[in-house]
Design a protein around this ligand. Sequence first.
Ligand SMILES: NC(=O)c1ccc[n+]([C@@H]2O[C@H](COP(=O)([O-])OP(=O)(O)OC[C@H]3O[C@@H](n4cnc5c(N)ncnc54)[C@H](OP(=O)(O)O)[C@@H]3O)[C@@H](O)[C@H]2O)c1
Length: 334
Amino acid sequence: MKAIELTAPSLSALRQTELPDPQAGPGEVLLRLRAATLNYLDVAIATGAFPVAGYPMVPVADGAGEIAALGEGVQGFAVGERVIPHFMPNWQGGAITAHNVAALRGVNLPGSLAEYVAVPASSLVAMPAHLDFVQGAALPIAATTAWNAVRSAQLRPGSVVVLLGTGGVSIFALQFAKASGATVILASSSDDKLERARQLGADMLINYRATPAWDEEVLTLTGGRGADLVVETVGGANFARSLNAAAVGGAVFTVGFIGGTAAAIDLLPVIVKALRIVGNNTGSVADLSEAARAIAAHRIVPVIDRVFDIGDTRAAYAELAAGGRHFGKLAIAH
Ligand SMILES: NC(=O)c1ccc[n+]([C@@H]2O[C@H](COP(=O)([O-])OP(=O)(O)OC[C@H]3O[C@@H](n4cnc5c(N)ncnc54)[C@H](OP(=O)(O)O)[C@@H]3O)[C@@H](O)[C@H]2O)c1
C-alpha cells in the first residue's frame, strides 16, 4: 500500500513509501483510510518536541475511512461502513489510566497517512451521516477534547466560555458551547478570523495582539465576573491570564502548550476563587462517540480550513507549523 513515513524528527523527513498491506487480526477491522487531519501534536512529533517509539513511523493521529474487511469475531460492523478510528484505541470509557493512554495512533501505533490500517473494532465510532471523510477525520482529538471541556463545565444558557485562538480545539469548543446556549468570548490574533468566529456564533471578540491583557478585557466584558470556563489551549505565560479571566468557582480546562509547558502562576486567584484547574488528555472512545452524537444532533459541520492531497503532506505540515495561519482544521485527503 502507499503510505507516508516520518523517518526522523524533522519536517523534511516525511517521505512517500510502499508498505505491506496490513491484515485485520481477531477483533480488528481493516480500514481503507480516506482522510486525515493534522493536530499540533503531529507537528510536535515531526519536530522532535514530542517523543515517539521509533522511526520510520506512519504519522498522523486523526483519520476517517471505510471498513474494507472484518477480522475474526468482529460483530456490529459491516464492510463499507464509514467510521472514525479513535486516537487512543485502548481507552474505551471511564477514567483515564496509564494503560488507556499508552497506545496512540500516529505516535506508537500506525497513523492515518496510509491507504490501510488495522485497528480494534472497539476503537471505532460511526461517522455522523452529514459529514464527509475529511470532516469526520477532524473529530478524534479536537472534537473529543472540546466536548470534554464543555461537558466538564456543565454549561447552561448564560454560562460564559473563553476560547483562545481559532485552531481545531477552540473552533469545536465554540460550536459545542453555542449548542449549549453559552456566551462565548473568543480571542484571536487576527480581525479576519474574529469575524469568521463571529459568523460561527462567538458573542464577544478580543484581538489579543491589539489587547495583550485579554484577561482584563474578559473581566470588563463580563462586568467583573469572569468566565465559567476558560479552555486553555495556549499554556506558558498565558496560563496566568486564564486564571485571572476565570470567575469565582470557574474552571480552567488545561490542554495546550503552544506557548510552552512552563508557567509561573500566582496561587492566590486559584485559592480565593476556588478555581478548578482541570487537566485533560484527549478522551475515550465513549467521549468521541458522545461528541459525534452531539455533532449529529446539532448538525455541526467541522470547520476545515484547507484540504491537501497526500502528495503535499509536507506542505500541510508546514502550514500548521507556521502557526496561526489556519482557522479550524487542516486536512489531508487520500
Ligand atoms: N491535552 C489535550 O487533550 C489536547 C487535545 C487537543 C489539543 N491539545 C493541545 O491544544 C493546543 C491547541 O491545539 P489545536 O489542535 O487546536 O491547535 P491549532 O489548530 O494549531 O491552533 C492553535 C491556534 O492557537 C492560536 N494561538 C497561537 N498562539 C496563541 C497565543 N499566544 N494566544 C492565544 N492563541 C494563540 C492561533 O489562533 P489565532 O491565529 O486565531 O490566534 C492558532 O491557530 C495544542 O497545544 C495541542 O497540542 C491538547
